[in-house]
Design a protein around this ligand. Sequence first.
Ligand code: IMP
Length: 512
Amino acid sequence: MAAKDLSELDGLSAAELFAGADGLAYDDFLILPGHIDFHHQEVDLSTRVSRNIALKLPFVSSPMDTVTEHKMAIRLACLGGLGVIHYNNSIEEQAEEVRKVKRFENGFITDPVVLGPQATVADVDRIKARYGFSGIPVTEDGKPRGKVIGILTNRDIEFEPDRHRPVHEVMTRELVTGPAGLSLSDANDLLRRSKKGKLPLVDDAGRLVSLVSRRDLLKNRDYPDAVKDERKQLRVGAAVSTRDEDRERVTALVEGGVDLIVVDAAQGDSIYELRVLEWIKATHPQVDVMAGNVVTRAQCRRLIDAGADGLRIGMGPGSICTTQGTMAVGRAQATAVWSCSRVAAERGIPLLADGGISQIGHIGKALALGGSAVMMGYMFAGTEEAPGEYFYDNGVRVKRYRGMASLEAMEAGGDKRYETRADDRKVKVAQGVSGSVLDKGPLDDYVPYLIQGLRQSLQDMGVRSLAALHEARIDGQLRFERRSLAAQVEGGVHGLHSYQESALGMRRKGHR
Ligand code: IMP
């Protein structure tokens, strides 16, 4: 940004934009364009989500049971962002989700489906119908880390008339295996030479460690922006509640290798949260802790003083959220992000703008107001990596997306975010809804679309990086303007007799 004399500039500084009494939403304002003297591919989106965790992209997925489990966290980290595993599950299940992310190696299936020797051919049929593959390792005890005793291929079972036959009678026993620790290219070579469909990698005792698949050979892409720890494992976050009983959960997650603990409370400025925050920082000082949710400066200060390494901002803007209507408490999201960003900038703590993002422009605005990254539920729900199966609603392919305080999710255990004590559970007051969202396809296609959109947005603002964006806001060079209701109508499509718009804003392969 070249101009220095602020009186020469159109529009308002961020401070002036928010000087009025009203709370503003992202749609209430626009950012004025700057000067472009660079290509959008040059825009650097790298950032920090917390004190010690750097990301290549400012995208974090919400800890919700219809958004983030290991598949979401793996792919998002591969692409440069971060997933936060939800806690609507047992401690063991959540820790296992974390371990699956930490174990992931691109190109290796570290979590293969296996069968025991007593399983039947009908079990293979079921796996084939569900996952669409065969080539299933058979382990001595039927466990994923068991000793490999054979492999089941299509040829072993194709013409088998008795579907009740145990697999050990039909499986292939002559195995080609590779040693654990083999590089992907060596594993691929071995697979090619052996002419097999799958190559199990085993440890010294013959126990299964991972699997390489011929079908995946061509699909393996490189992820140069993958977000990894010093041991070259993908980074992952996990959420916990403020309840005392979740201390055990924290410890299990830390043992599983979690990088970021997100203390998850709808109203994060409580003695319960401060206590758990202090406890985590004292007990596991090596792990970063994200605290929240909060929306005022006083709340931010208290959490930073208690040791927060990052702040999560938002109360009520979520697409599935009814908190503001039910609780009478909350804050318009743009105002919340701006207000909290002043404390965050002063104290050097990254700020995560959480909720209310339903289009790429909202991401650009959240970051322009001081967000270091954005947390998104709606935007990632409906992708292939989100938990749950697709189904058709009036001919449209959709997936479920639900608030963690919807009655449905609370009944499945998600009430911990909204109630601070276990005995609060007798009467439930929902603060969210349950619904469905459009199929957004695989993250490998969807995230590049978000990246390109965001880079072009920053290019239009005339800034080459998120760091430059924050600087421009702080020194008043980044200019904003309020949007009247008429301006909002003008800024949308209007006046046409009819028009087509892809509901996602992108063309999906095979979709119109
Ligand atoms: P979205 O990206 O607009 O869909 O908002 C997602 C965010 O909403 C999450 O990251 C949570 O902060 C918040 N959230 C999740 N479940 C609920 C709920 O049931 N009620 C209110 N807020 C929720």
